[in-house]
Design a protein around this ligand. Sequence first.
Ligand SMILES: C[S@@+](CC[C@H](N)C(=O)[O-])C[C@H]1O[C@@H](n2cnc3c(N)ncnc32)[C@H](O)[C@@H]1O
Length: 305
Amino acid sequence: MLFERLNVYTHLIPSELDYVGNKKIFFDPPDTEVGCWVGNDLMKDYTENSVVLDLGSGSGATIASFIRNKAQFAVGLDISEDSLDWSRTQYTGGSYKGKTKFLKLDFLKFASDTLAMMLKDHQIPNIVTSNPPYVPMVLKNDEKLASIYGGEDGLLYFHPALQYALHFKAAFGITLGSYSSIKTVTRLLASSGYVIKSVTLSVLPFSEPTVSNFSQIEKLLHSGEALIWNKGNNIPYGYIIIGIAAKYVGVSQKPKVDFLFDLLKVACSSNTTALEKLEDGLFAESYGGTLRVLELPQPSKRSHW
Ligand SMILES: C[S@@+](CC[C@H](N)C(=O)[O-])C[C@H]1O[C@@H](n2cnc3c(N)ncnc32)[C@H](O)[C@@H]1O
C-alpha cells in the first residue's frame, strides 16, 4: 500500500478556491478536490487517451482539472442551468477549447442511447466519475437540496453512476461520505467487476443543511451503515469524504467484506484531521492500492443547495 498525505490543493487552481458567487452552483473545494484526485488517479492508466464523463459536474472545476492533466476530452452532465452556464463560460474557451462539453441531462434517468447520440462526435468515455449528492436524508415536504440530497441511504446517485460506468465498461470514480452506506458500495463495486485502485480521504465539517436534516444519518449510525468523525470527543463535528477510484476488470470479484468501512472506522477513531490512526499500516497487507489523506484549508464560504 502507498500512503500519501497532502495539505495543499493539487488539482484545483487558486481561482477555483474563490467563491463562485452564485448559491445555485455547488461550492465546497475540499469535496471537489477529492473528486479531482479520483479522476486523475484513473487517468494514469490512459495517459493522454483519457475520455472522461463526469456526472453532476457542478462548477466544471473537476472537468477542468482533467483537461489540465492532459485528458483528451471531458464531458460534464448536470441539471443545474446556473452550473452549466458557469462551466461553459469558464471552461470551453482558451486551452479548454474543443476538449470539453457541458450537457444538461438528468443522470438519474439512465439514457444510454440519448447519451451515445449526444457524444457521437467524440470518443466513448473510458472513465466515468461522479461526486454526486450523497448525504443520506429524509426531506421535509417542500425541500429539494438538489446538490446534496442522496436519498435515504446516500446512494440514490451511486446506482445510476455505476450503471453508466458499466455501460461503457469504463473505469469508475465515485466520491461519497463516510455516512453513505459504504459497506453496500464495496459489495456492489466488487460484484460489478471493479477493483479499488486508490482511496482518498478528507475530513469535512457538517454543513448547515446536513445538520438540520440529521435524523437519517443518526438512523444509519445506529444500524451500522454510517460513520462520522467526532474530533476525538463525542460532539458530532463532521464526516470523512471518501473518493474511490476503481478499475474495471470485468469479472465479478469476491468482496473484501467491509474493507472500506473498517478503514473508515479506524480513520474516524483519530483525534485529528490528519487521521493519524491510519498510519499503523494495518491495511498494508490487505490493500495494494494508494491510500491518501488530504488535510486541506477550509473555505470561508460553502454553497450547498
Ligand atoms: C455535490 S455536487 C458536486 C459538483 C461537482 N461534481 C463538484 O465536485 O464540485 C452535485 C452536483 O450534481 C448535480 N445534480 C443533482 N442532481 C442531478 C441529476 N439528477 N442529474 C445531473 N446532475 C445532478 C447538482 O446540480 C450538483 O452540481
